[in-house]
Design a protein around this ligand. Structure first.
Ligand code: AMP
Ligand code: MG
Length: 409
């Protein structure tokens, strides 16, 4: 029995439609800056101070008035010693101040002579061996952050560096968007959990559930709270029961498998028993079937069962959707143009996402088997080449590469 074929939907249309459906979730929480890695900032972070707070030395050496050192070899008395963390006295005319990295520049001084360019001459005298230029080795107050500036904008996902930057303006707590709550389940009677049956005792037709592992990891990387409902049997009633329970308190129900229109595919009728679901045939390879709908207040997405399709569809559609739920502003990574170090003479009508790996020559190599069931391609690869429909690739052609380092972050 063949179901009517829906027209293929371009990926960009599908994504735009999903993002229209996604509303930023209500609710923020204030967490320790230590715990905010990967979370989305709920409001602009504005600095109440200058960073650095005062002009300071970027070297161990001597603070001087540059106008007093016309020639190398000038000897100056050392009038004070300024370690980091202390307050400096004004620099007495005709003297130098011993100074250390990070210590405030004394008023009157306009340059630092690094200690490698100075020779102590007796107890309290230093000889300057290189004529300083005004301003040298001084880090200016506010050169990193000026008071009142937006240091990190609302909607940014916080990186390790951003946590440090927030701390540098005195923030020990940050207000971030709440985590999306996601219910995850796998469908398929052939699926067995690793650990439940040893490899040598697997029945014919049985396979291990691999999607559950990467989907769970991907969701957690996107700061989701995951409720794992495990494997739901290929039966309408069991699927309805699981969906009903999941819809109670989750923002998204994410399923893998069972999303086609065969009689073993129960996601569509089960979701329709409780809410609504549209099956989309997306014009991408791998990963054609995809479902979006609603059950109660929950969004519902059905990913294809083939592991690589599931993986790629998650990255292209579910990831930006989850970031949108969190109010993030950057939803998709920037692609790079890199030379292909392979030939792809065949072309596909669909936009294709090839699993590739960067090589030492600055290009990308293709995993030889691009089948949607071959998960090795995704584990071997370090990114995807986004190849437009109907495009063959010859060695040396520039292709559009998106790194897993960004897509999996
Ligand atoms: P389906 O979309 O349910 O028709 O599944 C398509 C293919 O993906 C079949 O070969 C399934 O056995 C396989 N598959 C479905 N779910 C999983 C899973 N969780 N882990 C590994 N393979 C799966
Ligand atoms: Mg199935």
């Amino acid at each position: 029995m063949s179901a009517p074929r829906a027209p293929l939907r371009p990926l960009d249309d599908a994504l735009a439609e999903l993002l229209r459906q996604a509303q930023t979730l209500e609710g923020t929480e204030t967490v320790s800056t230590f715990e905010a890695d990967g979370r989305v900032l709920a409001g602009d972070l504005i600095s109440a101070l200058q960073v650095p707070p005062h002009d300071n030395s970027s070297m161990d050496g001597y603070a001087v008035r540059s106008s007093e050192i016309a020639d190398e070899g000038v000897a100056l008395p050392v009038s004070q010693r300024i370690p980091a963390g202390t307050a400096a006295e004004p620099l007495l005319p005709g003297t130098a101040a011993r100074i250390f990295t990070g210590a405030p520049i004394p008023s009157g001084a306009d340059a630092v002579v690094m200690q490698e360019d100075a020779e102590p001459a007796g107890e309290q005298l230093v000889r300057i061996m290189r004529v300083p230029t005004p301003g040298q080795w001084i880090r200016r107050s506010g050169e990193d952050v000026s008071r009142g500036a937006v240091v990190i904008a609302k909607g940014e996902r916080l990186s390790a560096a951003a946590l440090g930057l927030a701390a540098s303006i005195g923030m020990d707590r940050l207000t971030v968007r709440r985590r999306p709550r996601v219910a995850l389940f796998s469908t398929g009677d052939e699926l067995v959990m690793p650990g439940a049956v040893p490899p040598e005792q697997m029945k014919p037709g049985a396979i291990y559930n691999s999607n559950r592992f990467f989907l769970s990891a991907l969701l957690r990387r996107l700061e989701c709270e995951v409720s794992d409902f495990g494997i739901v049997p290929d039966r309408r009633d069991a699927t309805v029961t699981a969906l009903r329970e999941a819809s109670r308190d989750h923002d998204l129900i994410l399923t893998s498998g069972g999303v086609s229109v065969g009689e073993e595919d129960h996601i569509k009728p089960a979701v329709e028993a409780l809410g609504s679901l549209d099956l989309w045939q997306i014009a991408i390879k791998p990963g054609k079937p995809f479902a979006y709908g609603k059950v109660g207040g929950s969004h519902c997405m059905g990913l294809p069962g083939n592991p690589v399709s599931s993986f790629v569809t998650f990255l292209l559609l579910v990831r930006p959707f989850l970031l949108e739920l969190q109010g993030a502003t950057r939803l998709v990574p920037v692609a790079m143009r890199l030379p292909a170090h392979f030939d792809l003479p065949r072309m596909d009508k669909r936009r294709e996402f090839l699993r590739v790996r960067r090589d030492a020559e600055g290009g990308v190599a293709l995993f030889p088997n691009q089948s949607s069931g071959v998960l090795t391609s995704a584990a071997w690869g370090d990114g995807l080449v986004d190849n437009p429909p109907g495009t063959s690739i010859a060695n040396g052609d520039l292709v559009s590469f998106v790194s897993f380092a960004e897509l999996l972050a």
